[in-house]
Design a protein around this ligand. Structure first.
Ligand code: PLP
Length: 455
């Protein structure tokens, strides 16, 4: 048993509920606000964008929310996902630490994203929705939703950030294979897109702009809703299957993490692995150190402001209290496209403010170094986003070596990088640069934060 490297649960151990951290928070989450009135948002305000079942999950404080059987049934294709002990990596690092990783790259889309895409498509189908509009950065969310849409007979329209659309034709092809329509953003199909193109016809796009376009399409069509792959409470909720399984697998291994590491773009894979453990801690159980890793080129948690801000560039979304770089901040082009969002999930921001988690920012070259070291030891090639978590876990293991202490480290390997080989090619060719994010541009974007009287 102690020599195992892989901990596998059978299908009956797929969680039956999603775990809702809101039930165990020492202080409630500041509410989302209506962009016009700045009053706390009611369920009806969100009805044009989301099915009611998801809106109720968004505001729920119930600890456990049942996973519908049809969703669990689809989860069976790749869940429970494996948990590995990285024994070969430990050897290479010559560390007394024990390193475990939960691998979410086994899903059809290659990341954790289908955990929520399938749930979202299910609830939309239940409420008669015919079409979902969404945005995608690197293409992982777009392909996850395209996959889920295909299963539930829902048409999927994906606004893909222009720079990724041009650089990542294989992700686009995957979305199209699943039957989705993929549009480079900013596009001529929406008012928000046309407004951007009028100012700059060669705009490379951003997640904030693509969100505006998708929200606009959903708001204007009765049979169309909007879907988001990160940030929102219900998305983080769906990802908690990851942490619940990891808890059972750590138990199989006869171990418990001292440290949990995850990468944060909008915060969903991090929340997925962390929240079940944090909930246990908040209910009086064992304490665990939690570290969020973000890119230095888009450092919302470590250098952003904790303030009410819009989720998109055209200011069509509600105001959420979160760590933000400003909704007009366009992060420089770096390779972890899935981490290029100006804001952080309100729930992750909140627990950072409460001092329940730490955050660190890393430059991309050191993350690729870690990813390559990991691949050569463990065989799995991580997504560029996941490389941030790998770097974080390796640094924790090296700290153990320095201090001559053994600790148990758990991290979320949220996806594989098979569609991101150009990034690896650029890394090997020495073409990657560590981008210092532009202080002046950030100051400008932060100066544009909405002034909010409440809270
Ligand atoms: C989308 C994505 C991310 C970033 O989103 P989070 O909500 O922060 O998890 C990170 N890694 C991978 C592999 C992704 O697909």
């Amino acid at each position: 048993m102690s020599d195992s490297i892989k901990y596998v649960l059978d299908e009956s151990r797929i969680p039956k509920v999603w775990y809702n951290l809101a039930a165990d928070l020492p202080k409630p989450l500041p509410p989302a606000l209506h962009p016009g009135t700045q009053k706390p948002l009611g369920p009806d305000d969100l009805a044009p964008l989301f099915p009611m079942a998801l809106i109720m999950q968004e505001v729920s404080t119930e600890r456990e929310i049942e996973i519908p059987e049809p969703v669990r049934d689809i989860y069976r294709q790749w869940r429970p996902s494996p948990l590995y002990r990285a024994r070969r990596l430990e050897k290479v690092l010559d560390t007394p630490a024990k390193i475990y990783y939960k691998y979410e790259g086994v899903s059809p889309a290659g990341s954790h994203k289908p955990n929520t895409a399938v749930a979202q498509a299910f609830y939309n189908q239940q409420e008669g929705v015919k079409k979902l509009a969404t945005e995608t950065g690197a293409g992982q969310w777009g392909s996850a939703l395209a996959f889920a849409g295909a299963l539930f007979g829902i048409e999927v329209q994906v606004f893909m950030v222009r720079v990724s659309y041009d650089q990542k034709p294989y992700r686009r092809a995957l979305m199209e294979t699943y039957g989705a329509r993929c549009i480079p953003s900013p596009s001529n199909e929406t008012q928000s897109g046309r407004a951007i193109l009028a100012k700059n016809p060669n705009h490379l796009g951003s997640l904030g702009i693509a969100i505006s376009e998708a929200v606009e399409v959903a708001a204007q069509h009765d049979d169309t809703k909007y879907a988001l792959g990160s940030v929102l409470n219900h998305v983080l909720l769906h990802q908690t299957v990851v942490g619940q399984e990891a808890m059972a697998q750590m138990e199989m291994a006869g171990d418990y993490p001292d440290v949990i590491v995850g990468c944060t773009g909008g915060g969903s894979n991090f929340a997925g692995i962390v929240f079940p453990f944090l909930g246990t801690q908040l209910r009086g159980g064992r304490k665990v150190r939690i570290v969020a890793i973000e890119p230095a080129a888009c450092p919302s948690l470590t250098r952003g402001q904790y303030a009410y801000d819009f989720g998109d560039t055209a200011h069509l979304t509600p105001l959420a209290k979160m760590h933000t770089l400003g909704s007009t901040f366009t992060p420089p082009g770096f390779h972890a496209g899935g981490l290029r969002y100006h804001g952080m999930a309100p729930l992750v921001s909140h627990i950072k403010e409460l001092g329940l988690i730490e955050a660190r920012a890393y430059h991309q070259i050191s993350c690729f170094e870690a990813g390559v070291q990991f691949a050569r030891a463990e065989g799995i090639l991580p997504a560029p986003e996941a490389n941030h978590a790998v770097r974080g876990a390796i640094d924790e293991a090296l700290k153990c070596k320095q201090e001559g202490k053994s600790r148990t480290i758990l991290f979320n390997l949220c996806g594989h990088g098979h569609f991101d080989m150009q990034a690896y090619i650029d890394y090997f060719d020495g073409k990657l640069k560590d981008i210092e994010y532009d202080e002046a541009e950030l100051a400008m974007a932060l100066a544009g934060l909405p002034s909010v009287k409440a809270a």
